[in-house]
Structure formats: structure tokens, C-alpha cells
Write a protein that binds this ligand. Structure first.
Ligand SMILES: [Zn+2]
Length: 168
């Protein structure tokens, strides 16, 4: 099912919703259509463009800084689906400091890993192996939740996610 990016009245990305939900926002005049997907939805009475990006007419106050949830999908998105030890295709999650050695389940202690690397590392600390991390893991940038929500970010959305790149 296609999804739409919802922007605040200030053009700040707010959330990702199913396209049907975005259609309702536009029909209710709560949001304006900025980009459509080129497809349309048909009902008995009308045909509407499937939204890709909509902007709310009323500013919504965001009460908290949204953090990407720590889960498999989020970790894979942050690490580009690449094993952080060898660069191969990741299939599992590795705790850098093993849980059995007191390692925590936090962004800075989890990495995507391929199965051979995971098996090779076992319950050892990195210092006890000849393995090395390609990057030090950290909490993802603020807007990673968008990537996590859709898997792959549509090109149309890019300018809204990285406004700094426009002025550069
Ligand atoms: Zn690997």
C-alpha cells in the first residue's frame, strides 16, 4: 500500500500515513496536496490523485522530539542493511558488548550483522576478537523514522527531509 508524507504547516516532516488517510485529510480540507504519486483512487462519486506529500493547513505543535524506535527494522535502516563487521548483507542483530556480558539493548550497542560474523564473534568482547566495527553505532538521526516507516524514501520526499541540501 502506498504511503504519504505529512508535513506540518511549517513544512517540517510530521509523520507517514497510508495514502487513503492522506486523501481524507485533503478532502476534509485539513491538508493541501503538494505532490501526488501519479496514480488515482476511484470511488463511486469521485476520482482523486493519490497523495505522496501533503501539508497541514493548521500548525500542529509537536510535544516531543520523535525518536526512532529501537527495533530490527530501525537498526537495519540505520546500518544500510550491511553487516557492520564485514560489509556483507546483514541478516541478524549483534550486541557489540554481548548481553551475557552486561551489554545493553541500546542504539549504541546494537549493529546489523551477517550470520557468519555473528557466529564468529559469539559471546566475546570486540577486544577478544580480531574483528572491528566499520562505524561506531549511535542513535540514528532524527528523521530516520521516515526511512523506517517506508523502507525506501521516495525521491519526491527528499527535499522535505533534508531542507539544508536545497540551499547548499
Ligand atoms: Zn559480516
Amino acid at each position: 500500500m502506498s504511503r504519504a508524507l505529512v508535513l506540518n504547516a511549517t513544512y517540517e516532516p510530521l509523520c507517514v500515513v497510508p495514502s487513503r488517510r492522506a486523501v481524507v485529510l485533503v478532502l476534509d480540507q485539513k491538508a493541501d496536496l503538494l505532490h501526488d504519486t501519479g496514480e488515482s483512487l476511484h470511488s463511486e462519486k469521485l476520482t482523486v490523485a493519490v497523495p505522496s506529500v501533503v501539508r497541514l493547513r493548521q500548525f500542529v505543535k509537536v510535544p516531543y522530539r520523535r525518536r526512532a524506535p529501537l527495533n530490527r527494522r530501525g537498526i537495519f535502516a540505520r546500518d544500510g542493511h550491511a553487516c557492520q563487521y564485514c560489509g556483507g548483507a546483514a541478516e541478524s542483530i549483534d550486541h557489540v558488548i554481548p548481553r551475557s556480558r552486561g551489554g545493553r539493548h541500546e542504539w549504541d550497542n546494537v549493529v546489523a550483522a551477517c550470520r557468519p560474523c555473528n557466529v564468529r564473534k559469539r559471546d566475546r568482547l570486540l577486544a577478544e576478537t580480531s574483528m572491528a566495527l566499520r562505524l561506531r553505532p549511535a542513535a540514528p538521526r532524527e528523521l530516520t523514522w521516515v526511512t523506517v516507516a517506508v523502507g525506501e524514501v521516495p525521491t519526491l520526499w527528499e527535499p522535505y527531509l533534508h531542507p539544508a541540501s536545497l540551499s547548499a
